[in-house]
Design a protein around this ligand. Structure first.
Ligand SMILES: Cc1cc2nc3c(=O)[nH]c(=O)nc-3n(C[C@H](O)[C@H](O)[C@H](O)COP(=O)(O)OP(=O)(O)OC[C@H]3O[C@@H](n4cnc5c(N)ncnc54)[C@H](O)[C@@H]3O)c2cc1C
Length: 470
């Protein structure tokens, strides 16, 4: 029976632990804060639970467009619904705690030994767990490092958890901020800006690039930028924040061009740094990149024999789903099960703004740069019958396929439930389905997914690279 020791109980670590038990390993998992990791305690679960409340507020406001109103004197639905952020956040914290406890129960039930403490490597075949009772050496045939990442902090904008926050600290707020300055317009900044604006907060989004969501599908980012601006949010493009200071009840964010933005609160969403310092990694022969990430191959092996790594501590996509897959792959590989190397060309992900942006497979940038020779078909949702009934005006579907064969290699959906609508495209990319196969499958009439079939239909027979937009 192989001894498997896992450091870190996020999705990278706990999913691996379950697989390792299934394959007969003797598994010990060392976690210093709580099972589920940042994904459950501070990142995915809390942010998406907050967004669940924001979505309802968006629906209430949009309902006026459908002709719905209150029967009282002030007939505006939006004006009648308030947000008790203390209760919203208490629910979020409770949900996160409960999910963390569920994961711990499941691991224990499956026979994983859980140690509450901090782990570090002592060479490549031993982990030291430091607990409140002292240090315990854990011999290991296989080690998995899945220690995740933490919010990046700027020296001149130190979060204090009262007025200047990291994303992990926001859930202690018990009333809605009056004016929130969000620094950073990547996924995290954009999601929080979108959610707080929906909850009625006056939001200023400070974006160092020409458009929000740099690195994402350009057409999708343009839609979100437009929606943000139309909702009354102030978006400062090309604005680099260099400092944030507290002045009594105010936070002043200073920009590189010498100007300043004031708010009652500030969220710093300027990226993440991997938790790889002080783990004894380099001493054990584990190579780190200049950014401090653990270098891994496609079966999660590091440069040290028997030591694997998964999740945000590696430079692979920072997604819970990818972390979990890397962790499982590490166990399948190390414990001798059949394994397919990680394939990033099939990953699906979502930016949970309103509307959501969901993507899978290759990107428009891959096609534009010639990395992938492909065709693009983009259909705005405003032509879709169901979208018209629901008064949806923003959003589109986009499919990328190979010329001649019509094999689907990627796609983008911008819509309120894009995270759900992307699944047919995800299935297509994973299974190399063609646009004709998508077009031939029935979709419900009327439905937003009808636009996916329609886009696929319009790609039928096109054989040269081009962008087709209707
Ligand atoms: C605001 C936000 C929202 C997000 N939303 C999504 C989303 O919707 N969907 C999605 O797929 N991804 C999302 N992500 C990304 C996702 O959270 C990460 O990709 C995921 O958490 C990575 O999992 P992990 O196991 O690598 O690390 P983590 O979840 O960070 O877990 C690592 C664990 O290791 C522990 N640890 C660290 N060092 C030690 C040590 N020395 N000893 C013991 N324990 C240690 C930590 O306490 C932590 O519990 C979001 C991220 C953020 C910031």
């Amino acid at each position: 029976m192989a001894d498997v020791v896992i450091i870190g109980g996020g999705p990278g670590g706990y999913e691996a632990a379950l697989v390792a038990r299934q394959l007969g390993g003797r598994v010990t998992l060392v976690e210093r804060r709580g099972l589920g990791g940042s994904a459950v305690l501070t990142d995915v679960v809390p942010s998406k639970t907050l967004i669940a409340a924001a979505e309802v507020m968006t629906k209430i406001r949009d309902a006026e467009e459908l002709g719905l109103h209150l029967t009282g004197e002030d007939r505006r639905l939006g004006a009648a619904v308030g947000v008790d952020l203390g209760r919203v956040n208490a629910r979020i914290r409770g949900l996160a705690r409960a999910q963390s406890a569920d994961i711990a129960d499941r691991l224990r039930a499956d026979g994983v030994r859980l140690i509450a403490g901090t782990g570090r490597l002592d060479g490549s075949q031993r982990v030291i767990a430091a607990t409140k009772d002292g240090e315990e050496p854990l011999p290991a045939d296989v080690v998995l490092v899945a220690t995740g990442a933490r919010p990046r902090e700027l020296d001149a904008a130190r979060p204090d958890g009262e007025r200047i926050f990291t994303w992990a600290q926001l859930y202690d707020l018990d009333s809605v901020p009056e004016r929130l300055v969000v620094v950073g317009s990547g996924v995290t900044g954009a999601e929080f800006a979108s959610a707080y604006a929906a909850l009625g907060v006056s939001v200023t989004l400070v974006s160092s690039r020409h458009q929000v969501l740099p690195g994402h599908d350009d057409d999708a980012a343009r839609v979100i930028q437009q929606v943000f601006e139309n909702s009354g949010m102030t978006v400062l493009n090309g604005a680099r924040a260099v400092a944030a200071d507290r002045h009594g009840d105010e936070v002043v964010v200073r920009l590189a061009d010498g100007t300043a933005v004031a708010g009652s609160h500030c969220l710093m969403a300027v990226g993440a740094v991997p938790n790889t310092a002080g783990l004894g990694l380099e001493e054990a022969g584990v190579r780190l990149s200049a950014s401090g990430h653990i270098e891994v191959d496609r079966v999660s092996r590091t440069s040290a024999r028997g030591v694997y790594a998964a999740g945000d501590c590696t430079p692979v996509f920072a997604l819970a789903s990818v972390a979990a897959m890397q962790g499982r792959i590490a166990m399948w590989h190390s414990l001798g099960d059949s394994v397919a190397p990680l394939d990033l060309r099939t990953v699906a992900s979502t930016v949970f703004t309103a509307p959501e942006i969901a993507t899978v497979g290759c990107s428009q940038a891959d096609i534009d740069s010639g990395v992938v020779r492909g065709l693009t078909m983009m259909l705005p949702l405003r032509g879709n019958a169901r979208a018209k009934m629901q008064a949806l005006t923003d959003g589109f579907v986009k499919i990328f396929c190979l010329p001649t064969t019509g094999i689907v290699v990627g796609g983008v959906v911008v819509a309120p439930s894009a995270s759900e609508l992307i699944h047919p495209l995800s299935l297509a990319v994973r299974n190399k389905l063609t646009v004709d196969q998508i077009a031939e499958a029935f979709t419900v009439y009327p439905s937003l997914s009808g636009s996916l079939a329609e886009a696929a239909r319009r790609l039928h027979g096109h054989s040269s690279e081009q962008v087709l937009t209707y």
